[in-house]
Design a protein around this ligand. Sequence first.
Ligand SMILES: NC(=O)c1ccc[n+]([C@@H]2O[C@H](COP(=O)([O-])OP(=O)(O)OC[C@H]3O[C@@H](n4cnc5c(N)ncnc54)[C@H](OP(=O)(O)O)[C@@H]3O)[C@@H](O)[C@H]2O)c1
Length: 241
Amino acid sequence: MTQKVFLTGGRGRLGTELKLAFNHVFAPSSTQLDTRNFDQTLTALQNEKPDLIVHTAAYTNVAQAETERSACWHTNVQGTENLVKVANILDIKLIHISTDYVFWGDRGMYKEEDTPGPTRNYYALTKLVAESVARLANKHLIIRTSFRPREWPYPSAFEDVYTSQDYVDIIAPDIILAVKAHEQIPFTTLHIATERKSVYELAKRRKPEVQKGSKQNVTVSLPDDISLDVSRWQRLKESLG
Ligand SMILES: NC(=O)c1ccc[n+]([C@@H]2O[C@H](COP(=O)([O-])OP(=O)(O)OC[C@H]3O[C@@H](n4cnc5c(N)ncnc54)[C@H](OP(=O)(O)O)[C@@H]3O)[C@@H](O)[C@H]2O)c1
């Protein structure tokens, strides 16, 4: 059965890729629907009557979040809370997009069952709280992921930061598969990413001339190894394939 998807953040990096994958999708911009506003959120979902909510909308500017804490909190935490309340009122499942940054990032290969936190920055803190809020939805799936735009945008990349992130056009198809097959996923948390590698290795794949950089040369606190264990998703993907 074709499901009608209500997609938040449909104009964002990930949301743009997701929006194209569904025939039956309603993806309001933040001007059409500000998720921080409960009444607007309730009305939009009552009008659209979707089968599923996919919540990608977030305040994602990590550096700016340090000085715009209130804006970041309200979008990431209150926005998620409003969607959870409405999802429960209307009995709709919520698929919430979260991040590898809910982990501290010292040892890597984090599994879904590992206790997240502490967090490196304010954005990560709000995403960790948002996850806890999303778990209050009666029907939910939390997808932790990490991605970069299609092209590597910087002249250098850290060789001393390890990650399982990948380019958005590689990550998005897996998230789309998980969303389409959500009824067959017997978990409430899922890591969707690729293999562990340094950020430099990742950057070199699409920008061969990229220079080696080090996190020692920046002032912001960065993880050593924020990689996610994705074996649960790999097994599931094979069975869904
Ligand atoms: N980028 C990464 O590296 C990364 C890594 C891990 C996880 N994630 C998570 O993945 C998701 C998508 O990230 P992204 O990088 O694709 O995001 P993005 O490009 O920054 O886009 C964010 C989207 O959120 C919408 N938005 C912001 N505030 C809103 C509000 N108050 N009401 C409604 N919509 C609002 C924006 O809508 P308008 O454009 O209409 O204003 C925009 O479409 C987020 O949950 C993020 O935390 C991202």
